[in-house]
Design a binder for this molecule. Structure first.
Ligand code: ARG
Length: 673
């Protein structure tokens, strides 16, 4: 069944029937949504109703569409149901043909096409010397999947690890290092566990003001880049951390390119200058900030009437303007002559003062005001009032003149847009950073770095995710340490998998290496899938028993399902490559057809998951696929049946699509169980 895409509806309205042919051609080419029915007759009817149409309701519209559908090998039959649903039944042969084509030409021919050429995925991004916690694990898993999906859609993806390697914590760490190892020669073993080293130095920092002062100076020395010994100590600490992170990435099979905060440091002055030149940066008690205005536009205040006369409001402003000494004005008492205008006046005035401080040109004329913020509105001149919540400003330079997380992100955004020419920049962090990114994006929009219209490129997206909880419903931690060591967590998943595997299989038929690799694929896959299958915004509970269950919606179940399909094909003793060349797929039963249709929806699922940045959509698709396969397999005999060739091809196509899903989710498939 097909549903005509909504974007083409307007064309259909204009050229009712000629367009259908085009639509169908597009459907054929693009593998459009395959729903149960098309309700276009109804939406068409609502558009043409009462506009002198010859039609007398949605049903006749539907019938007319149906009569005019061009013959196509895609369509088996059409019917009208209810008030005007057009049921279009896709031809079984057509479905089978498309699947066979995929088998010969490869699954890449089903990749969605996106209009973005280059994207940056900023993910994982742990902080040097601090622990890489489960939040970073979520970011790593989700970010990797998003990157994989975009890569599959032929987008050039820059995978960026925005590690926190430039914070003020380095002053403390470096000073502590100097104190413990005055001769400067330090090895990894000396530092031992970097997190413990961090804790010890923090204790020292908190307990001694003199040390604190030295640490502060060390930051300045490091950031000035002039003293080599500071640079060296910094590089050493970063390197030790990096090796720890690498172990996690290696296990997860995640590739990332480190471009930490320090990389963008030289670009901060440049980016801030641009923002300052645009009047966006203000002094705020010694700090430099960007004020973020959030909210909807209220009704405008008329400053000049349509006939050019200055309005009542404009004269008031003129009077006020002349009274306004300088910025120090704290109070403006409005003498309101017309009731009901107070609020508007105050808001407009607040905005005018704001703009004035920004340094925009405001010309005062005796008769009225010509302000930078006056706009044309249907011949009248108006001041648009922005009504909204006051958001705390974005601090871009601290009172001590130092830069911070936000200034680094502004510089990074500048660099990514201007130097790397990224069209889509995706940030994967916990939802707790949503406000931070909202402000960064708002500032970039005010500066004109990003278009105001969010449907246009370049664009930025914050991919937030919820917490990982323990069984007690609290933030996930282990008993011994405050946080969970990621490597231990992955090791444990693998160990448990291996135990289950040894119980399950005939160990004699497995080599030690096979056991090891399977336990790893299933164990790590389970951790990843448990994370990805939920809508990322929700918190989820980390539970080994649940994620390692071989029933239900788990990676274990799905990986075993895939292995079973592979074993069906193996046991048939047939050469699948030869079947692909010579065999024919038929899809005779209802279950075969349903499975076939679901296979065709793969590209759509990937596209939806990657445009909405929601990997759980792909997980749902995959789970559904294995369910549909199970129904098919329990109803249809494969090996030894009269339809063996066709059904083996269907098994192979299911396995190919499942493998691609695993690949996109960063899970290694297993072939034997
Ligand atoms: N290092 C940060 C943290 O651990 C995440 C960085 C995310 N990326 C960025 N461009 N701010 O919370």
């Amino acid at each position: 069944m097909v549903c005509l895409p909504a974007c083409l509806l307007s064309r259909i309205v204009q050229f009712p029937f000629q367009a259908i042919y085009i639509v169908l051609n597009i459907l054929l080419m693009q593998n459009f949504s395959l729903h149960n029915n098309s309700n276009n007759a109804m939406s068409l009817w609502s558009k043409i109703k009462g506009k002198g149409t010859e039609f007398r309701g949605p049903q006749p519209v539907g019938q007319a569409i149906m009569r005019n559908l061009p013959t196509s090998d895609m369509i088996e039959s059409c019917s009208i149901a209810g008030p005007g649903f057009i049921n279009v039944k896709l031809s079984t042969q057509w479905i089978a043909k498309r699947i066979q084509n995929m088998l010969t030409d490869g699954i890449d021919t089903w990749a969605p096409r996106l209009s973005v050429k280059r994207a940056i995925v900023d993910f994982s991004s742990p902080n040097i010397a601090k622990e890489m916690h489960v939040g970073h694990l979520r970011s790593t898993i989700i970010g990797d999947t998003i990157a994989r999906m975009l890569e599959y859609a032929k987008v050039d993806v820059l995978r960026r690890n925005h590690v926190g390697d430039w914070g003020t914590q380095f002053g403390m760490l470096i000073e502590f290092l100097f104190e413990k190892f005055p001769d400067g020669e330090v090895t990894d073993q000396d530092i031992g566990e970097l997190e413990l080293f961090y804790k010890a130095s923090k204790q020292r920092f908190d307990g001694d003001d003199e040390f604190k002062e030295r640490a502060r100076k060390a930051v300045v020395a490091l950031q000035s880049g002039k003293e080599e010994k500071y640079q060296k100590a910094w590089a050493q600490i970063c390197e030790i951390s990096r090796r720890g992170f690498e172990k996690v990435y290696e296990r997860l099979g995640v590739h990332l390119e480190e471009m930490g905060e320090s990389f963008y440091n030289p670009y901060i002055p440049l980016a801030l200058k641009e923002l300052n030149d645009k009047g966006l940066i203000k002094d705020d008690e010694g700090a430099k900030v960007i004020k973020i205005i959030e909210g909807k536009k209220a009704l405008p205040l008329v400053a000049m009437e349509k006939d050019g006369r200055y309005s009542y409001a404009s004269t008031d402003f003129a009077a006020l303007w002349s009274l306004l000494p300088e910025e120090e004005v704290k109070w403006i008492i409005f003498v309101i002559l017309q009731s009901g205008t107070e609020e508007k006046y105050q808001k407009a005035w607040a905005q005018i003062c704001e703009i004035n401080r920004k340094g925009s040109k405001i010309v005062y004329q005796r008769q009225g005001v010509h302000l930078g913020l006056i706009e044309d509105d249907e011949d009248a001149k108006v001041i648009k009032i922005i009504e909204g919540n006051k958001v705390p400003p974005l601090i871009v330079t601290k009172t001590d003149g130092g830069y911070n997380y936000a200034s680094t992100d502004l510089a990074a955004l500048w660099y990514r847009l201007n130097e790397e020419k990224a069209e889509w920049i995706i940030y994967v962090t916990d939802v707790g950073q949503r406000e931070h990114f909202k402000k960064i994006f708002a500032a970039a929009k005010s500066a004109g770095w990003l278009p105001a219209d969010e449907s246009k490129y370049p664009k930025t997206s914050h991919v937030g995710f919820g917490l990982v909880l323990g069984d007690d419903g609290k933030r996930f931690r282990t008993r011994s340490t405050e946080v969970v060591k990621l490597v231990d967590l992955l090791d444990q998943a693998k160990r448990r998998c291996k135990e289950a595997l040894v119980e399950r299989v005939k160990v004699a038929e497995w080599t030690a290496e096979e056991l090891e690799q399977t336990a790893e694929a299933v164990g790590y896959g389970a951790v990843k899938y448990a994370d990805l299958k939920n809508n990322r915004l929700t918190n989820y509970t980390f539970n080994y028993d649940q994620m390692l269950n071989d029933k239900g919606n788990t990676a274990v179940y799905l990986l075993y399902a895939h292995a079973r399909i592979c074993s069906i094909i193996r046991k048939s003793g047939k050469d699948i490559e030869q079947l692909k060349r010579e065999g024919q797929m038929l899809l005779q039963t209802d279950d075969e057809r349903k499975l076939g249709l679901h296979l065709l929806q793969f590209a759509e699922a990937v596209e939806e998951a990657c445009t909405n940045l929601l990997p759980n959509i792909l997980c749902e698709y995959l789970y559904d696929l294995s369910e549909k396969f199970t129904s098919f397999y329990s109803e249809c005999k494969v090996v030894g049946s009269a339809e063996e060739t066709s059904r083996l091809l269907l098994c192979e196509a299911t396995a190919v699509v499942m493998r691609k899903c695993f690949h996109l989710l960063g899970i290694t498939p297993v072939y034997k169980i």
